[in-house]
Design a binder for this molecule. Structure first.
Ligand SMILES: NC(=O)c1ccc[n+]([C@@H]2O[C@H](COP(=O)([O-])OP(=O)(O)OC[C@H]3O[C@@H](n4cnc5c(N)ncnc54)[C@H](OP(=O)(O)O)[C@@H]3O)[C@@H](O)[C@H]2O)c1
Length: 261
């Protein structure tokens, strides 16, 4: 069966990658590419297809089996509210949600299938499993630092992926991530404390996305690293997961559910 996919925020860097991936995946068909009203792309053709960019979200939702959204937190929340009406499944790749917005997304997922993924790459999601294993073995002794680097345009920090990595590590150590995470500025006034997870952020140039986690012992360092070579790795995972999501019942899902399914 071919899954009909709509793409919200189609003008964005990720929106464009997702469009080309939906078109090249043999199990999906692009049925709507949605932009902001008055966007310069509106009414233009999407690549060489007959489809044109639209700002009509409702029309896009009506013709699709699933919608993919990489945008801004408030845009994703608005889309979700509209998707509930027609019961269209939503894959959200946007990052930077507040805890209130995340709670709202989980509440909405009681009515429609929602997959929330701060990182849709298959590689990063495999890395999470490696981090959990390392944390189980080394978490008690090691100083743990998560270092992430992204392009200068990114507006949230630390990245959603870095936070998810921290949560996985903390879960593996039976800790609450919020209780043990600390940011760059801590060393202005004090030394490192045992058991904390440090978060360091780099914003520079056009770096697509790099995450490195150090498990530092006194005489050796274990380092687990993921580097995105281009945005296609996020688009590939997002489209594959959206095809899976279209066949699910209402509920809150993550990339782990997709990979396990
Ligand atoms: N999950 C993952 O694996 C992954 C990977 C990469 C990025 N991300 C996340 O995905 C999100 C987008 O990243 P990006 O690199 O694609 O950013 P981007 O190029 O800046 O794209 C943002 C998109 O959101 C749209 N937008 C902004 N404000 C809007 C509004 N008020 N109403 C409707 N649309 C609006 C923009 O439309 P205009 O063109 O009209 O401004 C654009 O299409 C970020 O949260 C980023 O962290 C996630």
């Amino acid at each position: 069966m071919i899954v009909k996919v709509a793409v919200n925020a189609a003008s964005g860097k990720m929106g464009q990658q997702v469009i080309s991936q939906v078109k090249s995946n043999t199990e999906s068909d692009l049925v709507a590419a949605i932009c902001r009203p008055e966007h310069r792309l509106l009414s233009r053709k999407v690549g060489y297809s007959d489809l044109t960019y639209t700002s009509d979200i409702q029309a896009g939702l009506q013709v699709s089996d699933v919608i993919i959204d990489f945008s801004l937190p408030e845009v994703s929340v608005n889309l979700l509210n509209q998707a509930v009406e027609g019961k269209t499944p939503v894959l959200i790749g946007t990052t930077g949600f507040t805890s209130e917005q995340t709670a709202l997304i989980k509440e909405t997922a009681k009515r429609i299938p929602v997959l929330l993924a701060p990182n849709t790459s298959i590689g990063v999601n495999s890395t999470l499993a490696l981090l959990a294993a390392a944390a189980k073995m080394l978490g008690k002794q090691a100083d743990i630092e998560i270092i992430e680097a992204h392009h200068k345009h990114k507006v949230d920090a630390p990245s959603g992926t870095a936070i998810r990595m921290g949560e996985c590590i903390a879960e593996a150590m039976n800790k609450n991530f919020d209780d043990i995470k600390v940011t760059d500025s801590r060393f202005e006034t004090r030394q490192r404390k045992k058991g904390e997870i440090g978060m360091s952020v780099i914003r520079a140039g056009e770096i697509i996305g790099e995450h490195k986690v150090l498990f530092a012992l006194d005489n050796e360092i274990i380092s687990i690293e993921h580097k995105a070579q281009n945005r296609l790795c996020f688009a590939e995972g997002a489209v594959a997961a959206s095809i899976w999501l279209a066949g699910q019942s209402a509920g809150f899902y993550t990339m782990q559910d997709f990979l396990a399914g």
